[in-house]
Design a protein around this ligand. Structure first.
Ligand code: NI
Length: 251
């Protein structure tokens, strides 16, 4: 029972065989997938995919990398709201790809956090080399949601947990250069863990560098189980329950 909380099935890397892949993915244990938009066009495409497949849900939003090209249009996002839209994402800050437009990134991030609060949806957050500003904004706005592909320190993880948020772990956990991620995983209560792929990116070892998809999540669960001294099944089951609580059980 695999719930992939973060993927990009509208990426062109899936163009040639997307339907083939998705119609057979349940056979590999995948029961739910959230596919994330990065701008209006891809958010629309995510919704189309969610309409076609009952086990797919959509997140809509502007990824910080896109803000070099476009401006955040909150009304356009509101216009996309749909019963299969379960989160605003992926949104956040990325100072790895772009340091020149920090103010614009922060404004776009905050505007989308406010939208999520207004319409009572959780957020899926991207933070790459922007830990300080991300944490400061999260402390101010206290969203409900997840820090996807968590790459911060143990101290940052503690702060994020104090805010009641979840931590998303993907293929990086299986990489040799995962830095302090194993320590973060060992301190992370299982009830705050979400599993994710970021497909087509970040395939776990032994598929590193290849195209990723949701059926590879057991490799990530195995690694997390090893670190925490529990079975991969327990990791998969609890992470799925967590994802239901955050994204699918409406309060
Ligand atoms: Ni992503």
């Amino acid at each position: 029972m695999i719930f992939d909380t973060h993927s990009h099935y509208t990426d062109e890397q899936f163009d040639s065989d997307l339907d083939e892949l998705l119609t057979s993915i349940n056979k590999n244990g995948v029961t739910e997938i959230i596919t994330c938009g990065t701008d209006i066009e891809s958010s629309k495409a995510c919704i189309t995919l969610a309409e076609k497949y009952p086990f797919i849900y959509a997140a809509i939003g502007y990824h910080p990398e896109e803000l070099t090209r476009v401006d955040v249009d909150i009304n356009a996002l509101k216009g996309l709201l749909h019963e299969k839209v379960v989160a605003i994402g992926e949104i956040g800050l990325d100072y790895y790809w772009n340091k020149e437009n920090k103010e614009k990134q922060k404004q776009g991030f905050i505007a989308q956090l406010n939208l999520a609060k207004e319409i009572n949806l959780p957020v899926i957050i991207h933070d790459r080399e922007a830990h300080g500003d991300t944490l400061e904004i999260l402390k101010q706005h206290k969203p409900s949601g997840v820090l996807h592909c968590f790459s911060g320190s143990c101290e940052m993880a503690q702060e994020v947990l104090k805010l009641g948020m979840y931590i998303g772990v993907g293929g990086v956990a299986t990489f040799k250069n995962a830095k302090c991620l194993p320590e973060v995983i060992s301190l992370l209560p299982l009830e705050r863990l979400l599993l994710e792929t970021d497909a087509p990116y970040l395939a776990p070892v032994p598929f590193r560098g290849k195209r990723n998809d949701s059926s590879l999540i057991p490799y990530i669960a195995e690694r997390i189980g090893d670190i925490k001294g529990i079975s991969a099944e327990k990791v998969l089951k609890t992470a799925r329950e967590n994802a239901y609580r955050l994204f699918l059980e409406k309060n």
